[in-house]
Design a binder for this molecule. Structure first.
Ligand code: ATP
Ligand code: MG
Length: 502
């Protein structure tokens, strides 16, 4: 065994009702390395993490921490052994301050007999400084942005003297700048000897941050390599077990009449203003911009969640009032929100009900639901989207993160929309399924659906859009044709340089 091995998991098996989530999977983490853990949606990554952090018990296999065999694990024990995990959804207590969140539990480790606030604040401040976070410890956690929450969580992990830091898809909703910052912090921790397990579907990040990579497929470990000896194409092949084209499947489809038109649209509650945009039948308009530019806000206004109080929305040339999601659904507008893990699915309900939830009206006649049609629709989407589940009656809570997202996506596609607003449609989705979803978008466009796609991934924006609208400070700064768009140009516009090309 390598002398610096912090953690090793060997031949770990975990199954649910006879189905293997992990099948003799193995993984090893050394001190001072960033070890990426990758695999398709449902491959078993989060399950392995949960076993390491004591949230789940393995059926079989051996877990060792610094050489010591762990016969009993629990979240408390794992924490005491120096293991800290940060999930995609930060887990701070929203109504407590940052200092309270970071120093929670410290009294045990330092045997403080009373709550020493001065000490706590000082400690929180030092820890925040170590992750170079510009955050006041007295702020309530609920007031922090997503990247700030993540940094606060890392600070908390450092406070607990974590030697093993686990990040499950940390960058899915971070801007470039925040990703750069996070990587800087991770490198610093690595140089201090912390071992970091890094889960991500963004393969392009791996050469930048990872030292080694382990690939899981169907619950088995298929390979561990040092990053220098493997390229992206080989990683994809290991993940999906076959060659895969990663070229965007965009086809030119006939662009039809105006479907959605926004004229001088504004909403004082969310700050968007003077938005002018027309989307035609068959067209994909990519909505680019930095985090905070107002892209999600615009989507929420179109869908009636934060109704417009200025300007107008026109459908097929006629002005409409959209004051609520119900009115938007009636107008056959579908909206896939970004934060799908929280808003996209109803975890305790089965797959079929989740998929057909927004289509019930269409599936009912004279007030009664056509169950066989409901089932057909659920089966159709489960197959089309390649959703990995035990069957259409499994509760969505039992699906992996990426598969839950596919369920959320299916729900809206199943409504037969005319206008689709997608907020980060492929975030958290593995490479194979990503190109399937892109293919599906093109199919929908060819059937005349008008699509507005928000994405922070410029290759996705450039690869899938007919036109690109760039937002900056709450308004659309420029609209450019796909032929004229380059990564640099879009970035410049998003940063507020140049413009006036509408
Ligand atoms: N409570 C459960 N009951 C039944 N099956 C489960 C349960 N939890 C997880 N699974 C199954 O275990 C498998 C592995 O899931 P896991 O969440 O580990 O995948 P993942 O690699 O993290 O995927 P993703 O990239 O989508 O997050 C999946 O097929 C999932 O459906
Ligand atoms: Mg997962």
């Amino acid at each position: 065994m390598h002398p610096e091995v912090l953690l090793s998991a060997s031949a770990i098996t975990k199954s649910y009702d006879g189905v293997h989530a992990l099948n003799r999977a193995s993984f090893e983490l050394r001190a001072g390395e960033v070890h990426a853990l990758i695999g398709e949606n449902g491959a078993g990554k989060s399950t392995l993490i949960k076993i390491i952090t004591g949230a789940l018990e393995a059926d079989e296999g051996e877990l060792r921490i610094k050489g010591e065999v762990i016969s009993h694990n629990s979240p408390g024990l794992a924490k005491a052994r120096g293991i800290a995990a940060i999930y995609q959804q930060p887990a701070l207590f929203p109504e407590l301050t940052v200092a309270e969140n970071i120093t929670m539990g410290l009294e045990n480790s330092r045997a403080l007999s009373r709550v020493d606030w001065q000490f706590r604040k000082k400690r929180a401040k030092d820890l925040l400084a170590r992750v170079e976070a510009d955050i006041n410890p007295d702020t309530e956690a609920s007031a922090l942005s997503m990247p700030q929450q993540q940094l606060a969580e890392i600070a908390r992990a450092l406070g607990a003297q974590a030697e093993v830091l686990i990040l499950d898809e940390p960058t899915a909703s971070l801007s470039e700048k925040d990703v750069t910052h996070l990587f800087g912090v991770l490198r610093q921790l690595r140089s201090e000897g912390v071992g970091i397990i890094y889960i991500s579907h963004r393969l392009e990040e791996l050469p930048v941050i990872a030292d080694r990579v382990t690939v899981l497929r169907d619950g088995c470990t298929v390979a561990t390599h040092s990053m220098g000896e493997i390229d992206r194409q080989q990683l994809i092949q290991l993940m999906v077990g076959r060659e895969l084209s990663t070229v965007f499947p965009k086809r030119q489809v006939a662009i039809g009449s105006d479907v959605l038109e926004l004229r001088g649209l504004g909403c004082s509650t969310n700050g968007i203003h003077e938005v002018n945009l027309t989307i035609h039948a068959g067209e994909v308009v990519g909505l680019a911009g930095l985090v905070g530019a107002g892209r999600t806000e615009l989507a929420r206004t179109i869908f009636g969640l934060e109704p417009a109080d200025k300007g107008e929305i026109r459908l097929d040339g006629r002005p409409v009032r959209i004051q609520s999601p119900a009115e938007a659904i009636k107008a056959r507008i579908a909206y896939l929100p970004e934060d799908r893990r929280r808003h996209g699915v109803i975890p305790e309900m089965p797959l079929d009900a989740n998929i057909t939830l927004a289509s019930l009206e269409r599936l009912s006649r004279f007030g009664s639901l056509n169950f066989s049609r409901e089932r057909e629709l659920a089966v159709e989407y489960t197959q089309r989207m390649g959703i990995r589940a035990d069957g259409i009656f499994s509760p969505v809570a039992t699906l992996s993160g990426g598969n839950q997202q596919k369920v959320a996506l299916s729900r809206w596609l199943a409504t037969g929309p005319r206008i689709l607003v997608f907020d980060e449609p492929t975030q958290g989705i593995d490479v194979g399924s990503k190109s399937e979803i892109h293919g599906l978008m093109v199919d929908l466009a060819s059937q005349g659906v008008a699509i507005l796609m928000i994405s922070s991934e410029l290759p996705e924006i450039l690869g899938m859009s007919d036109r690109i609208a760039v937002m900056h400070k709450g308004t659309i700064k420029a609209i450019i044709d796909r032929a004229q768009a380059t990564q640099q140009r879009v970035l410049d516009l998003a940063l507020g340089r140049g413009g006036a090309e509408c």
